[in-house]
Design a protein around this ligand. Structure first.
Ligand code: MG
Length: 157
């Protein structure tokens, strides 16, 4: 049996916060305003995984009202979600993602993101797509005020 999942996340960018995407701390003057580390790429992946598995969404699983999740690494959240996937007898076949950010350019960091994410997802690098796009100067992303990520996953089990 196969199950497909779709995930989305966005965060406002502010000065004085780290920019963490795919578990990589990216040099930037702005970072995500968020209760956790604001890793939109991992948050979109987690929502795609939970959606495909019928296990709700990231807000239900890790509520912001719980101080245990303040500034928590999203890699740790993904680790916990993948443990639930395995317990449910589900494995990831492949995942594809898009990060939409005006600057900085993410291309130099994509292989590092895969080094963090592939072991957690049990995927080869060729089965995890991470695509970096800009908004070509339009809207809140284009003006550097926000970052957005989309993810799809295919589960089997
Ligand atoms: Mg988020």
């Amino acid at each position: 049996m196969f199950k497909v999942g779709l995930g989305f996340d966005s965060h406002r960018l502010v000065e004085g916060r780290p920019l963490i995407l795919g578990g990589v701390n990216i040099p930037s003057v702005v970072g995500c305003q968020a209760y956790s580390d604001g890793d939109v790429l991992i948050h979109a992946l987690i929502d795609a995984l939970l959606g495909a598995a019928g296990l709700g969404d990231i807000g239900q699983k890790f509520p912001e009202s719980d101080p245990a999740y303040k500034n928590i690494s999203s890699l740790e959240l993904l680790r916990r979600v993948m443990a639930e996937m395995k317990a449910a007898g589900l494995a990831v076949v492949n995942a594809d993602t898009i990060v939409i950010l005006e600057r900085p350019k993410l291309a130099p960091f994509i292989s590092q993101m895969k080094e963090h994410l592939c072991p957690l997802l049990d995927l080869r690098p060729s089965s995890l797509g991470i695509k970096a796009k800009t908004a070509e100067g339009t809207g809140e992303i284009g003006s550097g005020q926000a970052v957005e990520a989309w993810a799809t996953v295919l589960l089997t089990g």
